[in-house]
Design a protein around this ligand. Sequence first.
Ligand SMILES: Nc1ncnc2c1ncn2[C@@H]1O[C@H](COP(=O)(O)OP(=O)(O)OP(=O)(O)O)[C@@H](O)[C@H]1O
Ligand SMILES: [Mg+2]
Length: 179
Amino acid sequence: MKATPPNPPAPLAALVDRTGGVHPAHEIRGVVAMHRLGMGLAAELHAGDVLLLHGDLGAGKTTLTQGIAAGLRVPEAIRSPTFGLVAEYDGMTDGGTPVRLYHLDLYRLDTPAELEGVGFDRYAEPDDGISVIEWPERAGGWLPERYLLVAIDYAGPDVRRVTIQVVGATHQPARATKR
Ligand SMILES: Nc1ncnc2c1ncn2[C@@H]1O[C@H](COP(=O)(O)OP(=O)(O)OP(=O)(O)O)[C@@H](O)[C@H]1O
Ligand SMILES: [Mg+2]
């Protein structure tokens, strides 16, 4: 068995290039590694960030979110929201600033118009928090203009290829768009 370092490795600080561009894919072997990727990502996040997690059923979106939550020092266990589309948690950024974590799972969304009912604007522009959105493609034109796109692809039974892309970084502050 390989020893797991207690902290995410330092190179993860380079994960998020806020000037845009696509980072080389990370090959993530096993749940623990995905968890650590989330922790590394969390260290780069602050209030206002929106992460869109794109990937098939069972790709590892919730697993990554659990790592992000751990990195934000959220004390409770994260599962996909069972009732409603969003679960909210209290966390803390790497710098020690309190931050909310908004975990949205849009899988069961029937139509993007339903987002109005959950006050989606607040999660698309989370002034006081970080939004992590599973199945963002279901939101149609309601997505914000600025976000981190995390794509997770299968690369073997326990292996996932993860790419992280900053989208809209050079734009004005994020605005929810309703097309
Ligand atoms: N490298 C890996 N990273 C993440 N999960 C992995 C990995 N290898 C195997 N798994 C397994 O894949 C599954 C990922 O489940 P998870 O709930 O995180 O996926 P999801 O993308 O959120 O799915 P859903 O679309 O149903 O919400 C788990 O059963 C986990 O044990
Ligand atoms: Mg999930």
